[in-house]
Design a protein around this ligand. Structure first.
Ligand code: SF4
Ligand code: SF4
Length: 214
């Protein structure tokens, strides 16, 4: 025998209406409690780039793959990096002197195309091409994203048997683009207090605003 299905229970519309209001008020109160509790805690975020203790690039790991730079004094113009790049970001042109020496015409890297995969730097056998820890590449036009590393005419291609030591990583890029990535940084303000300051007694002067945002 099939059991009888009980008839559906219809909620009291007046109770449902006031129940909805009660839930809305209590959930708003819960949310605001969490929000208000953070007014008195130390912030867990840092305002970038003004309030970091030191430049972010100095906090990045050595293996960070930022903007590429090439040390032309170690580059033999073997074109391995340009051939390895799947996106064609690297453009290298050379010309030959009558005495057999080769001169750089172009060594450009288009950071607008680059996906920072590191394949080109891996391919370089002479530690000439490397990623830096520079990541701030905002410019006002797409053309400016192409970094031209041939800084003067007559720059000769290096010979593999006679390579100078690698210049410090990041120094070539910084010299080519003065102020690159350092445009908006200001001195870091003092650290905010670890715990909330006690409420001032009635009539007493309040503490100074450590953020200077008043
Ligand atoms: S990092 Fe990758 S995408 Fe960028 S230039 Fe090198 S090979 Fe090309
Ligand atoms: S950067 Fe390295 S791989 Fe690229 S052309 Fe120069 S030596 Fe060859």
């Amino acid at each position: 025998m099939v059991p009888a299905v009980p008839p559906p229970v219809r909620p009291n519309p007046v109770r449902a209406y006031f129940g909805n209001i009660r839930r809305a008020v209590s959930s708003t109160f819960e949310g605001m409690t969490v929000t208000m509790s953070w007014l008195f805690r130390r912030p867990s975020t840092i305002q970038y780039p003004d309030r970091t203790e030191k430049p972010v690039r100095e906090m990045l790991p050595e293996t960070y793959r930022g903007l590429l730079e090439v040390d032309l004094s170690r580059c033999t113009a073997c074109l391995l990096c340009a051939k390895t790049c799947p996106l064609g970001c690297i453009s290298i042109e050379t010309c030959k002197h009558p005495d057999g020496a080769r001169e750089f015409q172009t060594f450009d890297i288009d950071n607008g195309l680059c996906m920072f995969c590191g394949l080109c730097a891996e391919a370089c056998n002479f530690d000439a091409l490397a990623h830096t820890r520079e990541f701030e590449a905002s410019v006002s036009s797409a053309e400016q994203l192409t970094v031209r590393f041939v800084d003067r005419p007559g720059r000769l291609v290096a010979k593999a048997k006679d390579l100078p030591p690698r210049r410090p990583r990041g120094s070539i890029l910084a010299a080519l683009i003065p102020g690159f990535g350092r445009r908006r940084r200001r001195a870091a303000p003092p650290e905010p207090p670890a715990s909330p300051a006690p409420a001032p007694a009635a009539g007493a002067e309040g503490p100074e605003n450590p953020e200077g945002t008043a």
